[in-house]
Design a protein around this ligand. Structure first.
Ligand SMILES: Cc1cc2nc3c(=O)[nH]c(=O)nc-3n(C[C@H](O)[C@H](O)[C@H](O)COP(=O)(O)OP(=O)(O)OC[C@H]3O[C@@H](n4cnc5c(N)ncnc54)[C@H](O)[C@@H]3O)c2cc1C
Length: 468
């Protein structure tokens, strides 16, 4: 049967079909764990080719997993039930801006950073800015509903999608939304597809909304003597009357990893730092930072350093950009979590993580998009040390449970994939999961699109760290 499928795929895609293990092996990873070698890798170059592949997959009942740049941290593009990996990297990327309509159109494999650049050239901004922008694709961002530092003021990917072209599980092409900001014609299928992790359809084109580029930015670094106050300061700032454009937190551990890695002369002794950016008309930015300073004084925080010029500002943001490389450099496997909390609960979560750290004797680094309540507790683990892996699994499970208990969520931006599917019922309840499953079954009755993702698997009750 495999040969029949191969022949059919090759009839459409010619030499853009791979089946040998040595060709397929590097398509079996993402930014999380596990290795799942697909039966085939196909490099599609058009919507029509996507349709043909989906129809062949239907004929042979073979799963398809769409794959962008594979930077997913939740196992999204892993072909856990083998089948076909659909790779968009060889598509002759389409990226066109319509400045007067404030929109941009892109094919699925376009790198997000290229969308930022094109918008910028027209004095416009595509606001969603995942930290992986220089390598990840818009298809992956749409499927994961990616966020980023600017989320606190500007929202996340779903807030900037006007319309999509999607190939359904049956190989039909549908359009959702359109080219207008307002559109209430029927169900909001755009929002249904965004964040569906490649399980409901293959996105083949996106129409994205642009906004005017802010005229200027100004950044402050705030130092804290204790983590609890750092957590408290987030609500204090956001209720001060100023809406920062970025608010990123690093705990002492994260700060010291960056300092070890890059020697930036950071205040190693601070319990945490908060980087706060305001943007807009340059004449009001100093006043806005002053308002924030005054609000912080009310809770006893007085260490606020404001960057004097663009160079100093870039240096401050360098600190945040280097967190991930610094953690990777410090050894072993990086497990990056993604809980999101109501803002007032952030101090409680910091306290809890501290307790969990002591209890399981683990080194947990905390950083994240503080203004969205989105924290990334991150651990370095030696995956060969079974005892340590078990302690990490326990710790992560406790963090998830506490996030849900506090009214938060399992994932703010990385998605569920394979990594968090065991916890879905904890957050949504049995009927909530069944309701979502009913949508999946209605749109993809043969479960061909990215199977094994999002929904709990019978008998699997824990975090999946080693999912091969
Ligand atoms: C260093 C680093 C920093 C990161 N920072 C952030 C951050 O700030 N914010 C954030 O949100 N995430 C972040 N991530 C996670 C990751 O970059 C995002 O989830 C990103 O959106 C994935 O894009 P990708 O192109 O790599 O997609 P992939 O990882 O290849 O795929 C992700 C999911 O999208 C599906 N998919 C891909 N293309 C399509 C398509 N055309 N149609 C349907 N489904 C499709 C896949 O099946 C999979 O389920 C970070 C990752 C790393 C490694």
């Amino acid at each position: 049967m495999k040969e029949d499928i191969r022949n059919k795929l090759q009839n459409v895609l010619e030499d853009r079909v791979f089946h040998k293990t040595e060709d397929c092996i590097s398509y079996g990873y993402d930014g999380s764990f596990g290795q799942h070698i697909p039966d085939f890798v196909v490099q599609v170059q058009s919507t029509e080719e996507v349709q043909s592949v989906v129809r062949i997959a239907n004929e042979f009942n073979m799963p398809i997993t769409p794959r962008g740049a594979s930077t997913s941290l939740s196992g999204g593009p892993l072909p856990v039930e083998k089948g076909i990996i659909m790779d968009f990297s060889q598509w002759d990327h389409y990226l066109e801006i319509f400045p007067e309509d404030l929109l941009i159109k892109a094919s699925p494999g376009v790198i997000t950073g290229d969308i930022h650049k094109l918008a910028d050239e027209h004095n416009l901004m595509y606001a969603p800015d995942p930290s992986s922008s220089s390598i990840c694709t818009i298809g992956g961002n749409l499927a994961e509903n990616a966020g980023g530092p600017r989320g606190v003021k500007y929202g996340v990917t779903k807030d900037y999608v006007l319309g999509l072209e999607v190939v359904t599980a049956q190989g039909e092409v549908i359009q959702t939304g359109g080219n207008t900001v307002k559109n209430v014609t029927g169900y909001d299928l755009t929002k249904l597809i965004v964040g569906s992790e490649g399980t409901l359809g293959v996105i083949t084109e996106a129409t994205l909304r642009l906004i005017p580029k802010p005229l200027a930015t100004k950044t402050a670094m705030i130092l804290f003597d204790d983590l609890y106050t750092a957590g408290k300061s987030i609500s204090t700032i956001l209720t001060s009357g100023v809406r920062p454009s970025k608010m990123e937190i690093l705990d002492n551990n994260a700060l010291n990893r960056v300092e070890d890695y890059a020697k930036l002369d950071l205040p190693r002794e601070a319990s945490a730092i908060l980087l706060v950016e305001v943007d807009g008309d340059p004449t009001i930015l100093d006043k806005e930072l002053q308002t924030i300073k005054e609000a912080l004084l009310q809770i006893g925080v007085d260490k606020v350093d404001i960057a004097e010029n663009k160079e100093d500002e870039d240096k401050l943001w360098q600190v945040r950009k280097l967190v991930s490389p610094a953690i990777v450099e410090s050894g072993y496997t990086k497990i990056s979590e993604d809980v999101t909390l109501p803002l007032s609960k952030i101090p409680d979560m910091f306290k809890k993580i501290d307790e969990i750290k002591q209890k399981h004797d683990l080194n947990i680094v905390v950083f994240g998009h503080a203004g969205d309540g989105n924290l990334h507790p991150t651990l370095n683990t030696n995956m060969r040390d079974q005892n340590e892996v078990e302690r990490v699994e326990d710790a992560v499970e406790e963090i998830f449970s506490y996030a849900v208990q506090l009214g938060g969520t399992l994932s703010g931006e990385h998605g569920i994939g394979t990594m968090k599917r065991a916890f879905m019922t904890k957050e949504l309840g049995e009927s909530g999961v069944q309701f979502q499953k009913a949508i999946k079954t209605a749109l993809d009755p043969n479960n061909l699109l990215n199977p094994g993702k999002i929904f709990p698997i019978a008998g699997e009750e824990r975090l999946v760290l080693r999912n091969e």
